[in-house]
Design a protein around this ligand. Structure first.
Ligand code: DQA
Length: 146
């Protein structure tokens, strides 16, 4: 049975209260519930982690190859700054999809550049919490195609 790792980056623990006009009113636990339901429907296992620490995210990715068939990651603020997370994804040869709740290309200029985008299989941005479900769908498709 494929096992998928979902990584939520910094400040996503605050979803629901954090800028609801941008990120919606849904909480992280509600997103996780929807992901778990979808995983159950599809007969896949899912591990979900939220971290505010760059090094911890780097380590999770570095260890993922042994245990997981694919990764769905919202690197949050690190999307625009983290060479280390980019390098970790590049080093790990499993399908990886980048997701964002908001459309990063419709926001401030500094959000238009993702350091992560060139090293993932694809990106889903701008569909609110549904970006995660689309990201999971995409990673399952990539695993099947492999
Ligand atoms: C985000 C977009 C990032 O620019 C921002 O720093 C976040 C959330 C999103 O999901 O829309 O924390 O990744």
């Amino acid at each position: 049975m494929p096992r998928i790792l979902v990584i939520h980056g910094p400040n996503l623990n605050l979803l629901g209260k954090r800028e609801p006009e941008i990120y919606g009113k849904i909480s992280l636990s509600q997103i996780n519930k929807a992901l778990k339901e979808m995983a159950k429907d599809r007969g896949v296992e899912i591990d979900i982690v939220q971290s505010n620490h760059e090094g911890e995210i780097v380590e999770l990715i570095g260890r993922a190859e042994k245990k997981f068939s694919g990764i769905v990651i919202n690197p949050a603020g690190y999307t625009h700054t983290s060479v280390a997370i980019r390098d970790a994804i590049e080093a790990v040869k499993i399908p990886t999809v980048e997701v964002h709740l908001s459309n990063i290309y419709a926001r401030e200029d500094f959000r238009h550049r993702s350091l992560i985008a060139p090293v993932v299989d694809g990106q889903v941005t701008g569909f609110g919490f549904y970006s995660y479900l689309l990201g999971l769908e995409a990673v399952l498709y990539l695993i099947k195609e492999k």
